[in-house]
Design a protein around this ligand. Sequence first.
Ligand code: C2E
Ligand code: MG
Ligand code: MG
Ligand code: MG
Length: 287
Amino acid sequence: EAKRQRDDKPRLFDPTQEDELEERLTLERELRHAIDHDELCLYLQTQVDEAGKTIGAEALIRWQHPERGMISPGHFIPVAEETGLILPLGHWVLQEGCRLLSEWRHAPELKGLRLSLNVSVRQFQQPDFADQVLSVIQQYDAPPERLTLELTESLLLSDPEGTIKKMQQLQREGVSFALDDFGTGYSSLAYLKVLPLDTIKIDIAFVRDLALGMQATPIAATIIALAESLGLQVVAEGVETDDQRLMLAQLGCHIYQGFLFGRPGTAAAFSSTIVKNNATDQANLLQ
Ligand code: C2E
Ligand code: MG
Ligand code: MG
Ligand code: MG
């Protein structure tokens, strides 16, 4: 009886390979369109210091699809990487990020803030990547010393020397680098030492278990100690609870990012929060 029921069920929702392929092709076509038609947007998520003061933001791409609504990068970045669309998409992110940084120069509350942009491996591996970044910086008259590029460990798998060269070229102009999702990929401590990095981001996976007192505690502790010994800053990703924040602070982490401090939101919402918080601080000072 149960078997017959199963057999009689329509198969419409069975994701066959064909369906998946078709979905990918559709996504690719629509993404191509999205890049040229202003459907992409950079959301910003605040990064705060120990006192809870915003020191910068990470830009996280969103796709405002006309019919499907907001699509998150986990869904379309892999497709963009496979199809090569990551190159125009990544270039758009650079432009939009530099435009924001440039805009912030003219607002007293925002001009000291840093902006972090995610860079995918394929984008970084373009031979002229560093030149592209510098020319976008120039085009928008953005302050390079406020820009951080987030890279992942997988970059080192193919061409460590080339990676280091490009990083050095950009670093000479003031651009900083963060190693994203640290601890989840291919980590070579030898390379960690020679990479011109400024920051390591502890992956959310190691932050998530912190309050539970699980095995993740020694991992977070080790990453923080490692960063300190290499003279690198540490940003903890995905901080959701005050317990996690406290434990990270005890371990010596100085910069935090996560829902506890704010969800990613529009650049306008980010700016107005900063301006509002500044006004509150001023008012408190005057009291
Ligand atoms: P990521 O760079 O490691 O970004 C952190 C992700 O964690 C973001 O997901 C963010 O929304 C999420 N997050 C932040 N705080 C919390 C928290 O407290 N709890 C939880 N559960 N999640 C939190 P999002 O925005 O979906 O981005 C996912 C990934 O997509 C990013 O991971 C990054 O690898 C990639 N990505 C996003 N924007 C871009 C981009 O402009 N270019 C490229 N190449 N990749 C991007
Ligand atoms: Mg990131
Ligand atoms: Mg990350
Ligand atoms: Mg991640």
